[in-house]
Design a protein around this ligand. Structure first.
Ligand code: BEZ
Length: 237
């Protein structure tokens, strides 16, 4: 049903190409997602520079940038602030803020200026029920082909859990590399879910087989993949 917010609340969808844009960032101009083809990328938004939740998030995320890079994953931030605000805020973070033992933190990944909200609107980051003038905390997981594979939206008041964001990147790559799915609360080394058998015959065979598999029922079978194998496949040496 259409309402006055329909245009700006249109959301990208999982499995579709990431909307394209060109933008100015703290690390120069970018052409998205073209510049990131061949790598995973997390595009995320925050409501405003010089605000406390966002500052805690930037310090936390920037401190983990190398960990994400080892998983072939780049980070790209966005808010509807201008470039000079971004530069001043990131300088303040580096020079003045110590948070939970993290200090002297340099944000090396690009932070997009989006004063026109053009990019934020393309990605459903402006959600008027929450704010007409600030982006919500969106996280898009985009694969090396430029396809949106997962997305999470949080309200303004809720700082994100970056362990979960890392878990999602590793789980998506594990699903691709081993043709499996990952169950609730999965972590590398936990059992993964093997695809549901396509026919009764295969399901029965599977239930009775002594293969390296555990079937809870015909539709729910898991197998072990060692943590070393998962991380050895995904992470750069
Ligand atoms: C914050 O990051 O602290 C924040 C930003 C916008 C609205 C509310 C909180």
């Amino acid at each position: 049903m259409e309402n006055e917010h329909t245009q700006i609340t249109s959301l990208p969808r999982i499995g579709e190409k990431a909307p394209e844009f060109k933008a100015v960032t703290t690390q120069g101009d970018i052409n998205f997602p073209a510049d990131y083809i061949g790598q995973w990328v997390i595009l995320f938004s925050h409501p405003a520079d010089f605000t406390p939740v966002c500052t805690s998030e930037f310090i936390t995320f920037a401190s983990q940038e190398d960990k994400f890079a080892k998983a072939n994953c780049k980070l790209v931030g966005l808010s509807v602030d201008g470039l000079y605000s971004h530069i001043a805020w990131l300088r303040t973070i580096k020079e003045k803020i110590e948070y939970k033992g993290m200090k002297d933190v340099e944000v090396k990944f690009p932070l997009i200026e989006d004063i026109t909200m053009e990019v934020a609107k393309k990605y459903g980051m402006i959600q008027p029920g929450e704010s007409n003038t600030k982006a919500v905390r969106a996280v898009f997981f985009i694969d090396p082909k430029g396809i949106i594979r997962a997305m999470i939206y949080y309200p303004l008041s809720l700082g994100r859990n970056f362990d979960e964001i890392y878990r999602v990147i590793i789980a998506l790559q594990t699903a691709d590399a081993f043709s499996v799915a990952t169950p609730a609360d999965w972590q590398p080394g936990d059992e993964v879910i093997v695809p549901t058998a396509g026919s009764c015959g295969v399901a029965k065979e599977r239930m009775e087989s002594k293969a390296d598999m555990h079937c809870y029922d015909w539709f729910f079978c898991t197998k072990k993949i060692d943590k070393e194998k998962v991380l050895g496949t995904i992470l750069k040496k």
